[in-house]
Design a binder for this molecule. Structure first.
Ligand code: NAP
Length: 496
């Protein structure tokens, strides 16, 4: 197995590095300055089919291994990701513009997730059920589902791919990974790393190419048994529609609209530090980014003043520089989307406290840079209060009390991450209970995640959970085996 060379990237199918079947390529453009980084195979439906066939062939090999044997691949891959952090971080920074220091931070979390799934090997538990009849051993065991289609987005490409790939491998499934077309090399690198870690040929396949072609084939092909997609709500809904009659297990991690609620007794200084990171990390392009800040009247002035002050010191620049905190948005579409939301809010009466403009000076030309932007006086009619922002902007609302805060927080179609700041534990727990979100952080931002916790959303934020044993629920099925040591009496027996 040789490493890939950037002058001719290839896809991984059945243990071999291959071009697209028709030889076509697409351009991998840098978000930093819009220049061409590399050309990448433009996979076809045929390529996706071949990858599914390779994964199907490899199923038995992986399923026959013990979980601890499979864990060894994950420990090795984690070590390799750790050792190659600089190289991997540079790729993601070049591809989608994440500031390099944050890209390295994400890779640290990617390593932790990979090891966490390896640790799960000792906890893939079955059950022995009590029986109504004597002499019966009633065993419930876990079995792999088969082939996992792992369809990843661009915003945390390594972290969100490892959530799928490592979960698939530890549970004895094989996998076809389709990285986002904005970050295709991250997927190719994963193919390299997991193959180097010793996975048998076909256990991991990587097919690059357009979502509506390669992704669509992975979704519709009867050969895939689990579809694990992280991405836009609209894509998730399409997947549900297309698989409705195919009896696949569907795991969807979709959009979010995280509320960050500071109650009247919340610790303002801590909350400001936390909100700063959770609003602007990854240039706000995170499903659990703080999208709406809801403040009690008692703390509003102090919070806004300190938050604006802190955000105005963020360093905007070339994301390859270690001091940069705000780099470009991934592409023009994303920058235009943020701009439209800000304009709509201003038209409807929001007050601009910071930012609100493109950045064109002291940044590489050709990228899509936007200032950290803070708006106050937001109302429910504004798009910025309903649509995912996915950029370095946030809307603030001052609320009359806890009930109003909870109502506003819940009044969106999303239900992923949320955050509550208060010193009163009774109030915190009451609010946590009332919030319609898959995750509630008390005195921490929605950005707090641990590898073995159940990350995921309710409402239109998706279905299924990623993390530790919660992933195992989705990636494994049950088999019920009974052993009978005493002959049973049947109704047809003479004299019954
Ligand atoms: P996306 O457009 O849904 O793309 C995600 C993946 O789906 C990409 O690999 C894409 O391929 C593929 N895809 C596109 N169309 C497809 C189709 N018809 N069939 C199958 N696959 C298809 O989402 P994105 O723009 O990359 O990601 C941003 C979104 O992800 C945001 O809404 C964000 O909130 C969400 N997100 C959610 C979580 C979470 O854990 N809940 C985490 C991170 C991000 P191409 O790139 O080739 O189009």
């Amino acid at each position: 197995m040789s490493f890939q060379h950037s002058d001719r990237w290839k896809m991984l199918i059945g243990g071999k590095w291959v071009e697209a079947e028709n030889g076509e390529v697409f351009e991998d453009i840098s978000s930093i300055d819009g220049t061409l980084l590399w050309t990448v195979p433009k996979g076809t439906r045929g390529d996706a089919k071949r990858a599914i066939e390779a994964a199907t062939e490899a199923k038995k090999v992986l399923a026959d291994m013990t979980p601890m044997e499979r864990a060894r691949f994950l420990y090795k891959a984690a070590d390799e990701i750790e050792a190659r952090t600089d190289e991997l971080a540079e790729i993601v920074t070049k591809e989608m513009g994440k500031p390099i220091t944050q890209a390295k931070h994400d890779l640290g979390r990617t390593v932790a997730i990979c090891r966490s799934f390896a640790e799960e090997s000792r906890r893939i538990l079955g059950e022995v059920l009590p029986s109504e009849n004597k002499g019966v051993w009633s065993l419930v065991i876990r079995i792999p589902r088969g082939v996992v289609a792992a369809i990843a987005p661009w915003n945390y490409p390594y972290l969100l791919s490892v959530n799928k790939v490592a979960a698939a491998i530890i549970t004895g499934n094989t996998v076809v990974l389709k990285p986002s077309s904005d970050t295709p090399i991250t997927g190719i690198k994963f193919g390299e790393i997991f193959t180097e870690a010793g996975l048998p040929a076909g256990a991991i396949n990587v097919v690059t190419g357009p979502g509506p072609v390669v992704g669509d084939e992975l979704v519709r092909n009867p050969g895939t048994n689990v579809i694990s997609h992280t991405g836009e709500c609209a894509t998730g809904k399409e997947i549900v529609e297309k698989t409705g009659r195919l009896f696949k297990k569907i795991c969807l991690e979709l959009g979010g609209k995280a509320p960050f609620m500071v109650l009247k007794d919340g610790d303002v200084d801590q909350a400001v530090r936390s909100a700063l990171w959770a609003t602007f990390a990854g240039v706000g392009q995170a499903c659990i980014a703080v999208d709406r800040i809801l403040l009690a009247e008692e703390v509003a002035d102090e919070f806004i003043q300190k938050f604006v002050e802190a955000a105005s010191t963020l360093v905007i620049g070339n994301p390859l520089q270690p001091e940069t905190q705000i780099g470009p948005l991934v592409n023009k579409r994303q920058r235009d989307h943020v701009e439209r939301l800000v304009e709509d809010a201003l038209d409807k009466g929001a007050q601009l406290k910071l930012g609100g403009n493109r950045v064109t000076e002291n940044v590489p030309q050709g990228g899509f840079y936007y200032q950290p932007t803070i708006l106050t006086d937001a109302t429910q009619e504004m798009k910025i209060m309903q649509d995912e922002i996915f950029g370095p902007a946030v809307a603030i609302v001052v609320c009359k009390g806890v009930d109003e805060m909870v109502d506003i927080a819940n009044n969106v179609k999303y239900g992923l991450g949320s955050s509550v700041w208060t010193k009163d534990l009774n109030v915190a727990l009451d609010v946590a209970k009332r919030l319609e979100f898959g995750g509630v952080r008390i005195n921490e931002s929605p950005f707090y995640d641990e590898p073995h916790g159940p990350h995921g959303g309710i409402k239109e934020s998706g279905m299924g959970r990623e993390g530790g044993r919660y992933s195992i629920e989705d990636y494994m099925d049950y088999k019920w085996i009974t052993i009978h040591t005493i002959p049973r009496k049947y109704p047809f027996d003479p004299g019954h």
